[in-house]
Design a protein around this ligand. Structure first.
Ligand code: SF4
Length: 465
């Protein structure tokens, strides 16, 4: 125990760990931090030397998967570039559907004989992008054929198709359902036609509602959608109408999340050059956040995570939970990120280079990380804080570190500032803490990692000169 206290003292002796503290303020939800620290909380990876990338990957592929698992298929095309999006990769052309599908099938087959692929069931499969629903019906069928032939999907595997409303025609929806899709995640963002158009989205409010009702009529899959707050010129009236409209559709769940403006996106650039009004400020975003909680609680939705709400038990949100937590993710497609037993890897984003490599029988990996020995602990913290709570006492037993005493000075300050409450080794995020959960998660992971590092260092015997 003493060594962990020594580790704590070494973290930031100059300003007494204040780097890990929250700004104390009467209005803590607005002032807890200057800004959101990242989109997702997570520690920096240590990468294997570039020349060893393929050999490390091959070793990892021969291991059984040790943890729960998702698979992710990334379709790197978009029909338009939504102004706020940093994931745009390739414009979609109809002829690309067959070419991409041929390549994807080859890519999936490359791992067919690998233990990491076949050793255990896959609990969630997610089609994302880009726009997976851009692909043509014939190709959708071919992709599902290969998936069912090669990937060991669990009997209750959640299979999500991330959909763009303009693509959701009846023939495509039927092809997805025939392929086993049991969850549609629709990127609506807002029902307000004017606001949508200003952000580069095409479909209008009536089309969105019509298409959602069409998918619902099959009664064969969960339907969830994303709503975003923080757009330039978005008013509280628009936000309330978005939430109430989504509620009136009686879907299985939906997300209410905050807009992130990245400087390299068209939106970031246009805000910077003054051609678009700035996105909403922190104070206004906190008002929108609190309003969403009020309206969702009033409508008796259950909260699965800080941003995600469930109306029916058809919605399980498995993939998203796995993506934040300690899970493997077998990924396929140009630009996809994946993970096997804590080894994170990223597939080449350059579509031409990706296709050439796959056609030569090589999965083009840009880098692969070597997991920290406490990787699972940090991922569990990330997953749990995103859910709005953290059972530190349980993690202390599970990972055999004195996490409660180690984090006491930080957590006590957070409680005093009003972003958490603590009881019996559990921490619960207040609404202010929920608004800033990414920062809290990031800080806590960093603090624990540094404390362990310094304590282990101070524990080492002096080396005689
Ligand atoms: S939001 Fe989706 S469809 Fe729009 S540019 Fe980004 S990835 Fe493409």
């Amino acid at each position: 125990m003493e060594t962990f206290h020594k580790g704590m003292e070494q973290i930031n002796p100059k300003d007494n760990m204040s780097h890990y503290f929250v700004n104390e303020s009467e209005n803590v939800i607005v002032n807890a931090f200057e800004r959101k620290s990242a989109v997702h909380a997570g520690l920096m990876d240590r990468f294997a030397p570039v020349e060893k990338t393929q050999s490390v990957l091959q070793e990892v592929l021969q291991q059984d998967r040790k943890n729960k698992t998702a698979a992710y298929i990334h379709v790197p095309f978009c029909e338009t570039h939504c102004l706020y999006c940093g994931f745009y990769n390739q414009p979609y052309r109809k002829e690309q559907s067959k070419i991409f599908t041929d390549t994807l099938i080859k890519e999936i087959k490359l791992w067919e004989k690998c233990r990491a692929l076949y050793s255990k069931p896959i609990n969630a499969l997610y089609f994302g992008g880009g726009t997976p629903t851009a692909l043509e019906v014939e190709d959708i069928k071919r992709i599902f054929n290969i998936i069912h032939e090669i990937l060991p999907l669990a009997n209750d595997c959640e299979i999500t198709m991330e959909g763009r409303i303009s693509n959701m025609t009846q023939d495509k929806v039927e092809a997805y359902l025939d392929g086993g899709v049991n969850r549609f995640s629709l990127g609506v963002q807002s029902f307000n036609t004017e606001l949508r158009r200003s952000m580069g989205r095409r479909s209008d409010r009536d089309i969105i509602i019509e298409r959602i009702n069409m998918i619902k009529s099959y009664n064969n899959a969960a339907i969830v959608l994303d709503l975003i707050y923080g757009f330039p010129n978005q008013t509280m009236d628009i936000w309330v109408d978005d939430i109430k409209t989504a509620q009136s559709l009686e879907l299985d769940g939906f997300d209410c999340y905050q807009l992130n403006v990245f400087p390299n996106t068209p939106l970031g650039k246009r805000i910077a050059d003054g051609s678009i009004s700035p996105a909403l400020d922190v104070k206004t975003k906190t008002d929108f956040f609190l309003k969403s909680i009020e309206l969702m609680e009033e409508a008796l939705y259950k909260r699965l995570s800080v941003n995600h709400w469930q109306r029916t038990t058809r919605e399980r949100n498995i993939y998203n939970q796995f993506a934040r937590g300690y899970a493997s993710c077998l990924s396929f497609g140009a630009g996809a990120g994946g993970n096997i037993n804590g080894y994170n890897y990223m597939i080449l984003r350059d579509y031409k280079g990706y296709s050439e490599a796959i056609n030569h029988g090589v999965k083009p990996i840009m880098g692969i990380s070597i997991p920290d020995k406490n990787y699972a602990l940090y991922k569990e913290i990330a997953e749990s804080i995103e859910n709005g709570w953290l059972d530190l006492a349980n993690l202390e037993n599970k990972y055999n570190y004195p996490l409660l005493s180690m984090t006491e000075p930080v957590l006590n300050q957070w409680e005093k500032a009003g972003v958490i409450t603590q009881k019996s080794g559990k921490i619960i995020l207040t609404k202010a803490g929920q608004f800033w959960f990414v920062n809290l998660s990031q800080l806590l992971q960093e603090f624990i990692k540094l404390t362990i590092k310094f304590s282990e260092h101070s524990n080492k015997p002096e080396i005689a000169g």
